[in-house]
Write a protein that binds this ligand. Structure first.
Ligand SMILES: NC(=O)c1ccc[n+]([C@@H]2O[C@H](COP(=O)([O-])OP(=O)(O)OC[C@H]3O[C@@H](n4cnc5c(N)ncnc54)[C@H](O)[C@@H]3O)[C@@H](O)[C@H]2O)c1
Length: 252
């Protein structure tokens, strides 16, 4: 039997990058998949490629009513949700001196409020669906001080501790729900263009690779597979932890 047979995975940010590959892998391993994103055109394409095992729901992670509506659709279409992957995010760089308060709030809204709302409404839904797992995508930037990712780094640090808090809440309540965070290093997805405020040039790739002990940028599959591991029964005794997937970047 496929590893996620009988499970429903709800993946935010699933129209692109890490979320997209994660949705594809869940479907390939037997799960029904809800592709949730603010980008409807690309999200619908992901669903078309996967087939009947997937459904698109429009979701703006910053909006509580949008979450409630998206989860209600998931329950209607697939009967519940067992796995929630909070992968939606943006990453335009800033420094503490040049970031406007408006810019700060925008990044907190998508990268931190979005994960809060997903966990807040996801926990009761997963509980009444029979239990499961939440995987929140933080970043190595959530573990380090990163001068040119000031607002993002703060939001991702919040995701790290929010994940532990959700995990401890669920154990305290006796829910069969594990919650963990994943901390990617540099991964080749469209988000890197936001960090560089424009197209990612070969010199950017080379500079990133040089700073990584494994000497290369990671691929979305290399984050999606650890996400599937944390969602699976192979991780049955893992909750409240942080899984760093960065080619050794933070180990030095
Ligand atoms: N790529 C990296 O190097 C890297 C490193 C560390 C962490 N991350 C994190 O991984 C996650 C996935 O990023 P990615 O690299 O796949 O980027 P990506 O740009 O390819 O995908 C991000 C997705 O989030 C969606 N999104 C943005 N705002 C949204 C909103 N308000 N509501 C719903 N969806 C929204 C976008 O439409 C897009 O489909 C993000 O949380 C990102 O911060 C990425």
């Amino acid at each position: 039997m496929a590893r996620f047979s009988g499970k429903v995975a709800f993946v935010t940010g699933a129209a692109s990058g890490i979320g997209k590959v994660t949705a594809q892998l869940f479907a390939a391993q037997g799960a029904k998949v809800v592709v949730a994103d603010i980008n409807e055109a690309d999200g619908v394409n992901v669903v078309s490629d996967i087939g009947d095992e997937a459904a698109f729901v429009a979701l703006d992670v910053t909006n509580e009513a949008s979450w409630q509506n998206a989860f209600a659709q998931a329950e209607t279409v697939f009967g519940g949700v067992n796995i929630l992957v909070n992968a939606a995010g943006i990453s335009p760089g800033d420094t503490i001196e040049d970031a406007s308060l408006e810019h700060w709030h925008k990044i907190q809204a998508i990268c931190l409020d979005g994960v809060f709302l997903g966990c807040k409404h996801g926990v009761p839904l997963i509980d009444r669906s029979g239990g499961g797992a939440i995987i929140n995508i933080s970043s190595v930037a959530g573990m380090l001080g990163v001068p040119n990712l000031s607002s993002y780094s703060a939001a991702k640090g919040g995701v790290r501790n929010l994940s532990k808090t959700v995990a401890m809440h669920c154990t305290k309540k006796g829910y069969n729900i594990r919650c963990n965070s994943i901390h990617p290093g540099s991964i080749e997805t469209p988000i890197l263009a936001q960090v560089h405020h424009g197209p990612v040039e070969e010199r950017h790739v080379q500079a990133r690779a040089k700073a990584i002990p494994m000497r290369r940028i990671g691929q979305p599959e290399e984050i999606a597979k650890p996400i599937l591991f944390l969602a699976s029964d192979d991780a049955s005794y893992i909750t409240g932890t942080e899984l760093v997937v960065d080619g050794g970047f933070t180990a030095r």
